[in-house]
Design a protein around this ligand. Structure first.
Ligand SMILES: [Zn+2]
Length: 149
């Protein structure tokens, strides 16, 4: 299907990788748009880098609203990158004013995208990372793998 499912971890090498899979009503697998998403438990202000090269097609960085109310979903700061193979990666829960790329920017694997923060639906500090394709104007989460670089 997609030739290159491999991604590097979206953090600099010195960051300890801790992946969490939320359960219950917030479980990723309950929603087609986030089925294969992972949450990296990292401190606020952690550098986020591109897990794969592509073009920045969406950003938001003006929110400092967050909490467990699901209505806060539109308050998530994020970066979305479109890859060569047509897939997208989204990097969610960035800090207010902490997105370091612009829409239209070309990024290489490893380029700085921004810094984690509190925004959107969350409690513990984390980066939500997801790969998806677009079908009928909706994002559908697709499987991916990480490789150490
Ligand atoms: Zn998540």
């Amino acid at each position: 299907m997609y030739r290159d499912m491999k991604y590097r971890f979206p953090f600099p090498k010195n960051i300890k990788i801790n992946i969490a899979y939320p359960t219950g009503e917030y479980a990723h697998e309950n929603f087609p748009e986030s089925k294969y998403a992972v949450d990296f438990l990292v401190e606020i202000g952690t550098k986020v880098i591109a897990a794969k090269m592509g073009v920045v097609v969406g950003i938001k960085s003006d929110s400092d609203e967050w909490g467990l109310d699901k209505n806060l979903v539109d308050n998530t700061n994020f970066v979305v990158i479109n890859h060569k193979d047509g897939t997208y990666a989204e990097y969610l829960h960035l800090g207010k004013g902490k997105v370091e790329v612009q829409k239209g920017d070309k990024v290489e694997t490893g380029d700085l995208l921004g810094y984690t923060g509190y925004s959107g639906v969350m409690d513990l500090p984390h980066l939500h990372f997801n790969v998806f394709k677009i079908k009928d104007k909706k994002g559908i989460s697709i499987p991916f793998k990480f490789e150490e670089i």
